[in-house]
Ligand binder design. Structure first.
Ligand code: NDP
Length: 496
């Protein structure tokens, strides 16, 4: 029970115009799809249908790839880096100016709390465009090898957990390096990507530089399989990532795969415990736990396990779960019925395996998809809830005695995307960070993102990095003008 009663503080949705149906954004205009029946996108907090969205067929994807190739050959790869940068700066500024509109739409389509869409997704999306705008005319100085050149047409497939932010992570570096893109948002969250088309128009981006095709897995597969794609950038599940890797094996396509995670958030007995509790909350209950790098396993030193358990549950009882459009809401709706089923299935598995389940017992709305913040204690390494990504507001608590044991347990999953360490000893942080097989290690904080910092995984969390100078490497080839450069890159003049 919260110590405070909060009056409702609803954000207005009047700032957003949602069309009843959307086509595909190809070659700088919306066109009708030739694919199957349109599908509906719903507000997961109310189950209200928001709009009908087109399903792009392989033929539609082909048209989009051709539009991207034409824009690449005729315009984008010939433009100076400084000029490309100007477009990216424009996009960044427009996103800032229209931040409220995008944040409201993201919350309606995704179910995340408006305060997160407003304070995290939008500022970071704009920051990614600003950051990469700055790189566009400096690629020669980024240690990318001699004469770095674009790859050509990039196929990009993004998930539903951060729809606009993942779009920004993908599009900004691709465009900065001189590539053009065909991007597919997830089936359940296409609306902010479709609204982004209007940003491209407002920025007067040349037609075909960004093409947005909607659809389900088959549309994604059509992008993966298209022979005109030079590089793929995918964020999503490890299962689909593996399928993509198999599909492109033996082709000349490059790929970056940002896949699942099962991060350890490691709490030592000298950690500032209340801050660690906040870090745990931010680590796993941010965005309903729909976060690839979520701190979904707490490893707590045995001597403080009881105290942490008590403080964590006391804190979780104060989380406000409910209407994502309310500015006071901490935990919003689960993104889809399918994802709610998956969470419920995994929680049932945890109980059947003998772990002890606790939830905050808060009231939940009657319509929509909801799950209470949940803690499993008495979890052992072999439990599925300690090994598999649940992708929901569910955390498993394990204990350890020594730093070496913490490292062994933290590394004992198929994944390696992120980790957190809470201790007051700097030397221990450095030692641990060196031992942990995780692409990102946070110390005395969690889930902090910055476009200047590379992000990516080890093992089944995928390969390649996004963000920072390292992220640019995935979007260029660097073997001189006619060396290893892709076919697509050959005929063009100076790309910077
Ligand atoms: P997917 O990996 O299926 O979806 C990610 C993206 O890939 C979506 O745009 C999806 O389209 C697309 N896609 C699906 N199948 C194919 C294919 N064969 N070829 C190319 N693209 C494809 O994740 P789900 O949304 O199904 O979620 C399933 C589980 O994956 C979750 O429970 C969660 O555990 C995990 N997940 C992990 C993410 C991460 O960042 N680590 C992100 C999302 C999910 P569409 O949505 O239209 O089907």
């Amino acid at each position: 029970m919260s110590p405070f009663e909060y009056a409702p503080a609803p954000e207005s949705r009047a700032v957003v115009d949602i069309a009843s149906s959307y086509g595909l954004y190809i070659g700088g205009q919306f066109v009708e799809a030739t694919g199957g029946a349109p599908f509906k996108t719903v507000n997961p907090a109310t189950e209200e249908v928001l709009a009908e969205v087109s399903e792009a067929s392989a033929d539609d994807v082909d048209v989009a790839v051709k539009a991207a190739r034409t824009a690449y050959t005729r315009v984008w790869s010939r433009m100076s880096g400084a000029d490309r940068g100007k477009y990216l700066f424009r996009i960044a500024r427009i996103l800032q100016e229209r931040a409220r509109e995008f944040a409201v739409l993201e919350t309606l389509d995704n179910g995340k709390p408006i305060k997160e869409a407003r304070d995290v997704d939008l500022p970071l999306a704009a920051a990614h465009f600003f950051y990469h705008a700055g790189w566009a005319d400096k690629l020669d100085h980024a240690s990318l090898g001699p004469n770095p050149r674009p790859l050509g047409v990039v196929g990009q497939i993004v998930p539903w957990n951060f729809p606009l932010l993942m779009l920004a992570w993908k599009i900004a570096p691709a465009l900065a390096c001189g590539n053009t893109v065909v991007i597919k948002p997830a089936e359940t969250t296409p609306l902010t990507a479709l609204l982004f088309a209007s940003v491209c128009e407002q920025a007067e981006l040349p037609p075909g530089v960004v093409n947005i095709v909607t659809g389900a897995g088959a549309t994604g597969q059509a992008i993966v399989d298209h022979p005109g794609i030079d590089k793929l950038a995918f964020t999503g599940s490890t299962a689909v990532g593996k399928m993509i890797a198999r599909s492109i094996a033996g082709t000349r396509k490059k790929a970056t795969l940002e896949l699942g995670g099962k991060a350890a958030n490691i709490i030592f007995d000298d950690a500032p415990i209340d801050q660690a509790v906040e870090g745990i909350v931010n680590g796993i209950f941010f965005n309903q736990g729909h976060v690839c790098c979520a701190g979904s396993r707490i490893l707590v030193q045995e001597s403080i396990a009881e105290e942490l358990d008590h403080r964590l549950k006391r804190r979780l009882a104060t989380l406000r779960v409910g209407d994502p459009m309310d500015k006071n809401t901490d935990v919003g709706a689960i993104n889809s019925r399918k994802q709610l089923d998956r969470i419920e299935e995994m929680v049932a598995v945890g109980e059947a395996e003998g772990a002890e389940r606790w939830d905050s017992g808060c009231a939940l709305p009657t319509n929509g998809f909801w799950f209470r913040p949940t803690v499993f204690s008495g979890v052992s390494q072999t439990h599925r809830i300690a090994q598999e990504e649940i992708f929901g507001p569910v955390v498993s608590v394990l204990t350890f005695r020594t730093p070496a044991e913490a490292v062994a347990k933290a590394n004992n999953t198929p994944y390696g995307l992120s980790a957190g360490i809470w201790t007051e000893k700097g030397s221990r942080i450095l030692w641990m960070a060196d031992q942990l097989r995780a692409g990102v290690v946070w110390a005395n904080t969690f889930n902090k993102f910055d476009p200047t910092s590379p992000f990516g995984g080890y093992k089944e969390s995928g390969y390649g990095r996004e963000g920072g100078r390292h992220g640019l490497e995935a979007y260029v080839t660097s073997a001189g003008p006619y060396g290893r450069a892709s076919e697509a890159a050959r005929p063009q003049g100076g790309s910077r």
